[in-house]
Design a protein around this ligand. Structure first.
Ligand code: HEC
Length: 92
């Protein structure tokens, strides 16, 4: 009987440690995601549906319009879209 109790305690401790590890891991991932640069977000999001058009392919006014359009298509937050299109406009 005593052995079973110890197993129970060990299982609970492992469970708590796993929960804590997962918790801190996801918090870090959220932070890493929030800190992504426009260039990173561009590389990760804009190739999901088509090849990324070169920043030089459009002027700033066009990119503003495309930004609104692709923010909806790519399901980006306003902040992410601003980062991406600020980056693109800095590179054209
Ligand atoms: C969910 C799929 C999807 C994602 C993700 C996506 N696009 Fe698009 N994109 C499209 C489709 C579809 C079109 C064709 C026009 C239309 O029907 O909306 C398009 C067209 C374009 C065009 C041509 C101009 C226009 O507005 O039609 C540009 C430039 C463009 N995308 C840039 C981007 C950039 C930059 C990103 C990253 C922020 C991006 N796309 C992410 C689906 C996507």
């Amino acid at each position: 009987m005593k052995t079973f109790k110890i197993f129970g305690v060990v299982a609970v401790v492992i469970g708590i440690l796993t929960a804590l590890t997962l918790e801190s891991c996801s918090a870090e991932q959220v932070a890493a995601y929030k800190n992504k640069s426009g260039a990173q977000l561009w590389g990760e999001n804009c190739i999901r549906c088509h090849t990324t058009p070169s920043p030089a392919a459009y002027n700033d006014t066009d990119w503003d319009t495309i930004g609104l359009h692709m923010q909806v298509r790519a399901n980006l937050t306003k902040k992410q879209a601003k980062k991406i299109f600020d980056f693109i406009k800095s590179a054209n």
